[in-house]
Design a protein. Structure first.
Length: 61
């Protein structure tokens, strides 16, 4: 399998379950588990930490 870059929002959906948006968590878990089962090499984007902060700040109240 080829290597790929996964958007940070997929990782956030994997780790954070948002009320009313549980389907995003389920889809992210299924997707990343399938990649793992197939031995895919997943790279984080170069600006992963910056993107992660930008996405997580949406959940901070």
């Amino acid at each position: 399998m080829k290597s790929m870059v996964i958007d940070v929002s997929v990782f956030v959906d994997y780790f954070v379950v948002v009320e009313g948006r549980e389907d995003r968590h389920r889809i992210a878990v299924e997707f990343l588990n399938k990649l793992s089962d197939r031995g895919a090499i997943v790279y984080e984007p170069f600006v992963f930490e910056v993107e992660l902060c930008a996405v997580l700040v949406r959940y901070i109240k």
